[in-house]
Design a protein around this ligand. Structure first.
Ligand code: XUL
Ligand code: CO
Length: 436
């Protein structure tokens, strides 16, 4: 019995379509700069929000109507939910999905039992991947929900909890590998602190690095070739999380000799919580050659928490795609909708509306970014702005062939610096709006 009997494969109907269950802009096979939209965007559906979120909030119970889910924590329910997930992803036409170990299968009374439950569901995931051609973008382990992780996992003050987390990630890596996953994400959900009065920060950071080195070693041991990612987020659930933003993550990875092993999985709402724009985070990662994947969502400018809404703002998706295209695209990563429908949008069909909207918003961002790139004025402006470094003293500075002494001689002889040119911010903002 299909879970969505009234919904067939979502088709591309073009911008004039009034069908809410059709794509207006995402045409998987349309080529942009010689690459299909499918390949540029590599859309991915998240298991946790789309299939496990009951839409509760701190003030009220879950509202989600999910007729296929009996609400139990049984393996059978998890297996039938997995089949529904693939019906959804296939009808949507997304090529990828992503999960935490505990989203797909119930936690048992012991690790052995949890692993057994996971194996039973992985069997179904594997069969469904084969049936539909949908692939695993990345896997991850939930090291933040169970009470044992109250003080964190790799940064817990309790060494046994570190060991438990390591054992859990070992298994999550094995199943990600078994499912042909193209990556693996580390999100430090509780790897931070609630108060510094009880915290040895240096020791916790050392432990986090040890944990990641162990993961790198184990990845090699089992021959898993997928990309490792670290996902920045500054707070929530803890007051401060160590992987606070892209720059902090890069610094941590460099300090502990992990920079060659992990790239960044950047999430829009996490950038906002860190006081940055997503464009900023993308540029920081790209400059370091560490732009890996994105968790595409958005926050609410009026709310200070991680609302994880589906992205609909064309200005935002244009900014994202300009940075991503400039960096050559997401090679191993994808546009992963780490987003949830609102508590008030509780019907199954709302899951389709949400994803269709997000995919169309990114397709428009992609097309607009390509048009801005083809026009060339924006890139030329930025290039020309630095032209003083293309010859003369600027070229010598970049080549490292002059020092303070030579620059002093140069300025003493010249008298005053050449006049500055305008930054033309407003003109560039107008230029962007020409394309939106
Ligand atoms: C939480 C978050 C996670 C990670 C995966 O804010 O973004 O769901 O993406 O653990
Ligand atoms: Co995320």
């Amino acid at each position: 019995m299909p879970a969505f009997p009234d919904i067939s494969r979502i088709a591309f109907e073009g911008a004039k379509s009034k069908n809410p269950l059709a794509f207006k802009h995402y045409d998987a096979n349309e080529k942009v700069e010689g690459r299909t939209m499918k390949d540029w965007l590599r859309f991915s559906v998240v298991y946790w929000h789309t299939f496990r979120n009951r839409l509760s909030d701190p003030f009220g119970a879950g509202t989600a109507i999910r007729p296929w889910d009996d609400g139990s924590e049984s393996v059978e329910n998890a297996q039938s939910r997995a089949r529904v997930a693939f019906e959804f992803i296939e009808k949507l036409g997304a090529p990828y999905y992503a999960f935490h170990d505990r989203d797909v299968a119930p936690e048992g009374a012991t690790l052995r039992e949890s692993n057994k439950n996971l194996d039973a569901v992985v069997k179904v995931l594997k069969a469904e991947q084969k049936r539909t051609g949908v692939k695993l973008l990345w896997g991850t382990a939930c090291l933040f929900a169970h009470p044992r992780y109250a003080h964190g996992a790799a940064t817990s003050c309790n060494a046994d909890v570190f060991a438990y987390g390591a054992a859990q990630v070992k298994k999550a890596l094995e199943v990600t590998h078994e499912l042909g996953g193209e990556g693996y994400v580390f999100w430090g959900g509780r790897e931070g602190y609630a108060t510094l009065w009880n915290t040895n920060m240096k020791r916790e950071l050392d432990h986090l690095a040890k944990f990641l080195h162990m993961a790198v070693d184990y990845k090699k041991a089992i021959g898993f070739k997928g990309q490792f990612y670290i996902e920045p987020k500054p707070k929530e659930p803890t007051k401060h999380q160590y992987d606070s933003d892209a720059a902090a993550c890069l610094n941590f990875l460099r300090e502990y000799g992990l920079i060659d092993h992990l790239k960044l999985n950047l999430e829009t709402n996490h950038a906002t919580l860190a006081g940055h724009t997503m464009q900023h985070e993308l540029e920081v990662a790209a400059a370091a050659g560490a732009l890996g994947s994105i968790d595409a969502n958005t926050g609410d400018a009026m709310l200070g928490w991680d609302t994880d809404q589906f992205p609909t703002d064309i200005y935002l998706t244009t900014q994202c795609m300009l940075s991503i295209m400039k960096a050559g695209g997401l090679t191993t990563g994808g546009v992963n909708f780490d987003a949830k429908v609102r508590r008030e949008s509780f019907e199954p069909v709302d899951l389709f509306h949400a994803h269709i909207g997000g995919m169309d918003a990114f397709a428009r961002g992609l097309k607009i970014a390509a048009a801005i790139r083809a026009d060339g004025r924006l890139a030329k402006f930025v290039h020309d702005r630095y032209s003083s470094y293309d010859s003369g003293v600027g070229a010598k500075i970049e080549a490292g062939s002059v020092g303070f002494k030579e620059l002093e001689t140069y300025i003493l002889k010249k008298g005053e610096a050449a006049p500055n040119t305008s930054g033309r911010q407003e003109m560039l903002e107008n230029l962007i709006n020409e394309f939106i």
